[in-house]
Design a protein around this ligand. Structure first.
Ligand SMILES: NC(=O)c1ccc[n+]([C@@H]2O[C@H](COP(=O)([O-])OP(=O)(O)OC[C@H]3O[C@@H](n4cnc5c(N)ncnc54)[C@H](O)[C@@H]3O)[C@@H](O)[C@H]2O)c1
Length: 273
């Protein structure tokens, strides 16, 4: 169902790798709500080719950009504003990757070169995007910028290793750049802290199935699916949330406010009996 919430709005959506990606659902919903946008991903992800189907479905231009490269981001923002015929209303940062998680390194044996890559890809890239947008004056007044986070920024999830620090940094960048862009351009910047979700990045984390089930059992509403996360992104891009900024918004079915649930108690009692 469409409410034309983004009619006439234009933007950039990063991170759609395949149909499981959260960004993929955001693109489909933004298209249904009347937005036009440019899709972007790392050149490596392009080779997998699936993003082309999404671009066709949404009538979107694809501009490859490694989000760690300021030069490639400059090209992305200038091509996007040129193609879309003016400044942007919204930007989605949906990018995360940890070489330490890929190599299954536990917290005590993290490789520091990898650690820096994790921070660069998953957090600093958000600052770089906004710095490029600021320099190119690419955002419209009352525009909206959103990045995706995870509760491991605040709580310990041992297998999430260096991504926990990346998410903490990402949320801090959202607050600090949110202040700056709010003052400069009345642009808002927020992070959405999403439930565990079965995507390529999500399922790459060790023990994912267990913590997916645990979070589902702990959350009174159950884990929030990717489609619902996309809906939340749409509300943040819309004019209905113009004064929400510098926030980390929990989209987790109630997980973060629950101490223990009956479902978890029951499962533990079964295990112990
Ligand atoms: N899946 C989950 O459980 C979950 C939970 C909370 C938050 N998130 C966050 O949601 C966001 C999207 O992840 P997803 O779950 O949809 O998985 P996904 O694997 O579909 O998306 C991650 C994307 O990051 C892109 N990427 C990696 N390195 C890049 C680079 N150098 N430049 C540009 N793009 C690059 C990948 O190509 C991919 O499209 C990430 O920030 C992730 O941390 C995911």
């Amino acid at each position: 169902m469409s409410n034309n919430l983004l009619a006439g709005k234009v933007g950039i959506i990063s991170g759609a790798l395949d149909s499981k990606s959260i960004a993929w659902k955001v693109a489909q919903k933004a298209h249904a709500e009347g937005a036009r946008f440019v899709l972007t991903n790392a050149p490596l992800a392009m080779r997998m080719g699936e993003i082309k189907q999404l671009a066709e479905e949404c009538g979107a231009l694809i501009v490859p950009a490694d989000a760690t490269s300021v030069e490639e981001l400059e090209n992305l923002f200038s091509q996007a504003t040129e193609h879309l015929g003016g400044k942007l209303d919204f930007v989605l940062h949906s990018i995360g990757m940890s070489p330490n998680i890929r190599k299954k390194k536990h917290y005590g044996e993290l490789d520091y070169k990898f650690f820096q890559q994790t921070l660069d890809v998953s957090a600093l890239s958000f600052h770089k995007m906004m710095a490029v947008a600021e320099r190119q004056d690419a955002m419209k007044e009352w525009g909206s910028i959103v990045a995706l986070s995870y509760i491991a920024a605040q709580r310990v999830f041992p297998d999430y290793t260096d991504m926990s620090q990346a998410k903490a940094m990402l949320e801090s960048i959202a607050r600090n750049y949110g202040y700056r862009l709010g003052k400069l351009k009345k642009v808002r910047v927020n992070t959405i802290s999403q439930s565990p979700t079965k995507t390529t990045a999500g399922t790459g984390v060790g023990g994912f199935d267990a913590f997916y089930d645990y979070a589902d059992k702990m959350s009174p509403l159950g884990n929030a699916p990717a489609e619902a996360c996309a809906d939340y992104c749409i509300t943040l891009f819309s004019d209905l949330t113009r004064y929400v900024t510098m926030q980390n918004l929990l989209h987790d079915g109630g997980f973060s406010s629950t101490g223990i649930s009956e479902d978890v108690v029951e499962a533990l009692m079964k295990m112990n009996s």
